[in-house]
Design a binder for this molecule. Structure first.
Ligand code: MN
Length: 735
């Protein structure tokens, strides 16, 4: 049902001005002489050029750039240039205003940032090219000016906050991109608050049921939790002040996404997640007392509550690579419950919340800047880009989230590497040549192989040999994006040389067979030998895998070989798939914009069943595959191949069954298995395919594969299984 939209233009004008004034207030702390005029000029230009445009919600378009500028100022702490750029971030893309106009009015720097923002804005609507290429472009702009990425993050955050009016398939695509790349980027740039919000918002759209479930659970116990926090904090607060520290002590809830992650990782129900919140002690310290004050507070807390010795994290002495500084400990609370306590100063807290921009503000006072080093590394990696953008992105992304370890050189210099890094990673970190010729290492004076996984605090000396060259299996040894890309390009270079050689050999062979050496014939040969490229053909010839007699064989029947190029995934579409289907109509799933009945298979990675939120994905060789929107692979698929995603919806009428798995945990009791199987097969008449049970000192842990009709059926079954005496947990699992 559509409702008529009545617009009161005068009221809207007032609202726009109100929002603009709020933006000015938010940017007040960074404003210098003349800045206000610049912002006003940008606002006027944006207002004028977007004046006839509206958002999907029906609101004036200008609300969006104002909000993005507000986030940039308030939540990231950016200054006037960025605020101006945020206000104008969509004008070159969407209106008649050109980059030259911007440069004339606001200068070169502003024009350059907006150029960067315009180049990466295509990420949204492109339908034909790989998203990965767009992401790579975005990272390239990061090497130019980090503000481009920061404003882009503000843009993305506002779009995620206002996504309710978007069609479902767009919501899924945008949410997937966000969880796949934007949230990790925010994390890497130290923007914890924004990262958490992006993750929660993504989950809200990708996995709405779980999101609502956890939100509801959190809300139920809110008052009880507040009381617990109050009691826990009181004695700390008292003693901290007695000892002359100025501090703010409070409880802070953890994000829904992080709670869900914990439930999945530890396979525990919501009730068993102990850290639904953390206690924060934010100290107001003079710069020279920061470290001492943090440890003083630590000592007060651990005098009151017993700490878990395994859970002390000191990022005050060695800050994380993204600039994060804090002292974390987990202590035993009064009711036998573990509580995480985070101790830091106001400066550290601002960096923790706002990340990069705040880091710069304090730059004079902090000497070693991990973020600068990181951006330097990104620059290096991009200067030697891989041909395959998706590969590059995967390597890069892996490095966004990982924790760091600190390694010492023989001379005592500190090198930061991601957790899991090996001696070979360290070698490449020192220098490409050191990495390329590495044959082993001495770790703490002991000889180890190149694959040795480094431990925090190791001192490493690399042993090289001029005879060594990078090997294919090194790619499995290293974890850093830098080492990976260096090894790949070296292998590629090696291959190129071999291919060159193979090409000469092939030319001679063809000549002896009186075959013309031309592109067409070479391509025909590649297809004949089922090789993906002519380069592979040359390599195979050089390595002696293709000999003269093979080519003769081709001559005897090769002329019938079709030289049609293999089907490219870009050419696939729902219509293409449709035309391939000969009959085989299926009834239970409707696919595509017009909800047609098309052949499909259910993805094995997430085993969707009717009632699950699902989407279709067009595969290269297996038609349409149906995944759950909360499938572990969904984000990657939707973020990188959005154009191959099709809508899919269950049609309610069918009485078919689907395979799914249940994990049942409990206290082993005589007859427990009997009671479980009784509920499943007698009460619910559900067929079981397999049961695996593990009993260990009275703890029962079973996996059961069963056939159910839909999610409702499954939920009822779970409910009843939970009633079986001794059963403490029942969860659905995917594969
Ligand atoms: Mn925008």
């Amino acid at each position: 049902m559509k409702t008529e939209l009545v617009i009161d233009l005068e009221a809207e004008k007032q609202e726009i001005l109100k929002r603009y004034r709020a933006l000015l207030r938010a940017s007040k702390s960074t404003l210098q002489k003349g800045d206000k005029k610049e912002i006003r000029k940008a606002f006027d230009m944006a207002l004028e050029s977007h004046k006839d445009m509206r958002r999907k919600s029906g609101e004036p378009y200008i609300y969006h750039p104002i909000a993005v500028a507000q986030i940039a100022a308030e939540e990231i702490g950016l200054g006037t240039t960025s605020i101006v750029c945020a206000l104008l971030h969509d004008v070159v893309e969407d209106t008649d205003i050109t980059l030259e106009d911007i440069e004339r009015e606001f200068g070169k720097k502003t024009a350059k940032i907006i150029d960067g923002l315009t180049k990466i804005s295509g990420v949204f609507d492109t339908n034909s090219s790989l998203q990965a290429e767009n992401f790579r472009k975005m990272l390239l702009t990061l090497a130019d000016d980090v503000r481009v990425i920061l404003i882009k993050l503000a843009d993305r955050l506002h779009n995620m906050r206002t996504m309710d009016f978007m069609p479902r398939h767009k919501q899924l695509k945008i949410a997937s991109e966000t969880i796949y790349l934007y949230a990790p980027l925010a994390h890497r740039l130290g923007l914890y608050a924004i990262k958490s919000e992006l993750e929660d918002l993504s989950m809200k759209y990708l996995d709405p049921d779980t999101y609502k479930f956890i939100a509801k659970k959190l809300n139920e116990k809110k008052a009880e939790r507040a009381l617990f926090i109050k009691k826990f904090v009181e004695p700390i607060d008292e003693i901290v002040h007695e000892q002359g520290l100025v501090a703010d002590v409070y409880g802070r809830p953890k994000s829904i996404h992080s709670i869900w992650n914990k439930m999945k990782k530890k396979n525990i129900p919501f009730e068993e997640v102990y850290d639904l919140f953390a206690i924060r002690i934010i100290l107001d310290s003079a710069p020279e007392n920061e470290k001492a004050d943090c440890w003083k507070a630590y000592s007060i807390v651990t005098d009151l509550y017993r700490p878990n010795p395994d859970r002390l994290r000191d990022w005050v002495s060695s800050p994380k690579g993204n600039g994060y500084e804090s002292l974390h400990t987990t202590v035993m609370g009064p009711r036998g419950q573990w509580v995480e306590v985070q101790i830091r100063t106001q400066r550290m807290n601002e960096i923790a919340e706002k990340g990069f921009a705040a880091h710069w503000k304090y730059k004079e006072s902090s000497n070693d800047n991990g973020l600068d080093q990181w951006i330097q590394k990104v620059r290096e990696m991009l200067s030697n880009p891989e041909a395959n953008a998706l590969d590059f992105l995967d390597d890069f992304k892996m490095n966004l989230f990982s924790d760091e370890i600190f390694i010492f050189t023989p001379k005592g210099a500190l090198i930061q590497l991601p957790l899991g890094a090996t001696a070979l990673d360290f070698a490449f970190e020192i220098h490409t040549d050191v990495g390329a010729t590495c044959i082993g290492a001495k770790v703490n004076h002991k000889l180890v192989p190149i694959s040795y996984k480094l431990q925090n605090g190791d001192q490493v000396e690399i042993i090289t040999s001029s005879k060594q060259t990078p090997k294919e299996d090194w790619l499995n040894v290293v974890v850093t994006a830098k080492a990976k890309s260096k090894i790949k390009s070296s292998l590629k270079e090696e291959k190129r040389k071999i291919a060159e050689n193979g090409k000469e050999i092939l030319e001679r062979k063809l000549k002896s067979l009186k075959i013309t050496y031309n592109t067409e014939n070479i391509q025909k040969l590649s297809y004949f030998f089922k090789l993906p490229s002519t380069q592979e053909l040359f390599v195979n010839v050089a390595l002696g895998k293709i000999e003269l007699k093979d080519i003769k064989e081709y001559l005897s029947n090769g002329k019938e070989v079709e030289s049609r190029s293999p089907e490219r995934p870009e050419n696939l579409s729902v219509d293409g798939i449709k035309s391939k289907i000969k009959g085989g109509e299926s009834d239970i799933l409707l696919i595509g914009e017009d909800m047609q009945r098309i052949d499909y298979t259910l993805a094995a990675c997430c085993n969707p069943i009717p009632g699950d939120d699902v989407f279709g994905f067009i595969t290269v060789s297996e038609g349409i595959k149906i995944h759950r929107t909360n499938c572990p692979n969904a984000a990657q698929l939707m973020a990188n191949y959005g154009y191959r995603v099709v809508k899919a919806k269950w049609n309610k009428q069918q009485e078919l069954t689907f395979l799914t798995g249940l994990r049942i945990v409990g206290i082993d009791d005589v007859g427990l298995i009997n009671n479980i199987t009784r509920v499943i097969s007698t009460d619910f008449k559900v067929n079981m395919r397999s049961i695996t049970v593990d009993t260990n000192e009275g703890i029962f842990d079973g996996s059961i594969m069963i056939f159910v009709n839909d999610t409702e059926h499954l939920e009822n079954l779970i409910k009843n299984l939970l009633k079986v005496r001794g059963v403490t947990g029942v969860t659905r699992f995917d594969a």
